[in-house]
Ligand binder design. Structure first.
Ligand SMILES: C[S@@+](CC[C@H](N)C(=O)[O-])C[C@H]1O[C@@H](n2cnc3c(N)ncnc32)[C@H](O)[C@@H]1O
Length: 398
């Protein structure tokens, strides 16, 4: 596909997303109808769509409107400023390309970029985040505009980082080691990871750097019983299992969410026993219960920008109620000297420290041992090479 045809395809997908369709669904539907599109075309269209979603508010200013064409124009204007290339070549009016620029659009793209642009975040969240992060907020907001790096976790029970890097390289995946032992940042070939031998043999797993750091900081009980209470696909279970020998148990209110876990565990060489909700009360108590609760995902909005525009105060309230009820249900499962760990991939205090304060306020016999908020971009010298937002608190009985 020509570059302008890719832009037109992105505009078509964005129109559907703006009418309420999920971004992934819109891209999949377009790709099904575009048999002529190769993998490079699909990747380029996806990048255009996700760039426009990440930068939706600023792109609307730069493109002169909130419709799909204006957003695409705005995001290209930001990307192509200072390159000397003319956006008009992407709005050429040729078959399969977008219509040519109108006079107002032409005037817009010829004008200098505004000195300031709005934050690419729903406005209602800004006061909340400003109270929490203060002077650090602008740099985090800037990071939200750009793609997140891809990180791998080396399965240290199967491979050293050097062996894993060499094996990945054979399949065209280039990486650099992070400061955190066993964490790799992918610098080239991210789309080849899932077919690479290193991934298929369980030497590496996709996992964000901050999640890896949070798991590494957990007080993991050697030879103990560990319950991943909100296990989902089991990413955290497998990360814990790579660190220590213990008995691992996985639970999820929606057991279908754990359907990939047996295959992933086998690939990683780990035994994980799944437990149904009804069977939890009769289980012996656990030395560590990790609650990686459902949350806004605000720490991962670079990867899922669609979600940030759909998130509202009512959703936050619903999530807080679920987060509280999970802590209440999980606490009695912890052994007398055990640890209750609470985790989110959220940047919002309301989902993090505030949930712990609320739990301690209504539940006697527990104390906070430590809590840590990972900010966007932590874990690397250059924030754009750092991880997602993440939060973990450790609690024990008093
Ligand atoms: C953030 S995801 C877990 C991600 C997973 N730990 C991982 O690393 O791949 C949250 C999970 O909590 C589950 N969940 C939602 N409500 C729950 C509840 N009341 N009790 C237990 N799990 C719940 C969801 O089905 C979802 O799979």
């Amino acid at each position: 596909m020509r570059p302008d045809a890719r832009v037109e395809a992105a505009i078509i997908c964005l129109e559907q997303i703006l009418s309420g369709m999920a971004a992934e669904q819109a891209l999949t539907r377009w790709a099904r109808g575009a048999r002529y599109a190769g993998s490079g075309d699909r990747a380029a269209v996806r990048d255009h769509v996700y760039d426009a979603l990440r930068q939706k508010r600023s792109a609307a200013i730069l493109g002169g409107g909130e419709d799909a064409r204006a957003l695409m124009l705005g995001v290209l204007r930001a990307q192509m400023a200072d390159t000397g290339r003319d956006i008009g070549s992407l709005f050429s009016g040729e078959t399969h390309g977008p219509d040519p620029l109108g006079p107002a659009e032409r005037a817009l793209v010829d004008a200098p970029l505004p000195a300031t642009l709005p934050a690419d975040l729903p406005e209602w969240l800004l006061p909340m985040l400003n109270t929490q992060y203060g002077a650090d907020l602008p740099s985090m907001l800037d990071l939200l505009r750009y793609r997140a790096p891809v990180f791998l976790r080396v399965n240290l029970s199967k491979s050293t980082p050097d062996q894993a890097r060499a094996q990945l390289l054979v399949d065209g995946v280039e990486t650099l080691p992070c400061v955190l032992p066993g964490a790799l940042r992918v610098t080239q070939g991210a789309r080849r990871i899932s077919n690479s031998r290193a991934y298929q043999d369980g030497l590496v797993e996709l996992q964000d750097l901050s999640s890896q750091s949070a798991i590494a900081a957990l007080p993991l009980p050697e030879n103990g019983r560990i319950l991943d209470y909100c296990a989902g696909g089991g990413g955290k279970t497998l990360a814990m299992a790579a660190q220590i020998r213990a008995r691992f148990y996985a639970h999820d209110a929606n057991p279908d969410r754990m359907s990939d876990l047996p295959e992933r565990a086998q690939r990683a060489g780990v035994v994980v026993q799944q437990i149904k909700t009804a069977d939890l009360p009769s289980e012996q108590r656990f030395d560590l219960v990790l609650c990686d609760v459902p949350c806004s995902g605000s720490g991962t909005w670079r990867r899922d920008p669609d979600a940030k525009w759909r998130f509202d105060a009512a959703a936050l309230n619903r999530l807080n109620a679920t987060q509280d009820s999970i802590l209440d249900a999980a606490a009695p499962l912890v052994a007398q000297d055990g640890v209750l760990a609470y985790a989110t991939c959220s940047l919002l205090r309301e989902e993090n420290d505030a949930r712990i304060e609320s739990f301690l306020g209504r539940t006697s016999g527990w104390k906070l041992v430590s809590s840590r908020q990972w900010r966007l971009g932590e874990g690397a010298e250059q924030p754009q090479n750092g991880g997602d937002g993440f939060f973990v608190a450790h609690l024990t009985r008093e």
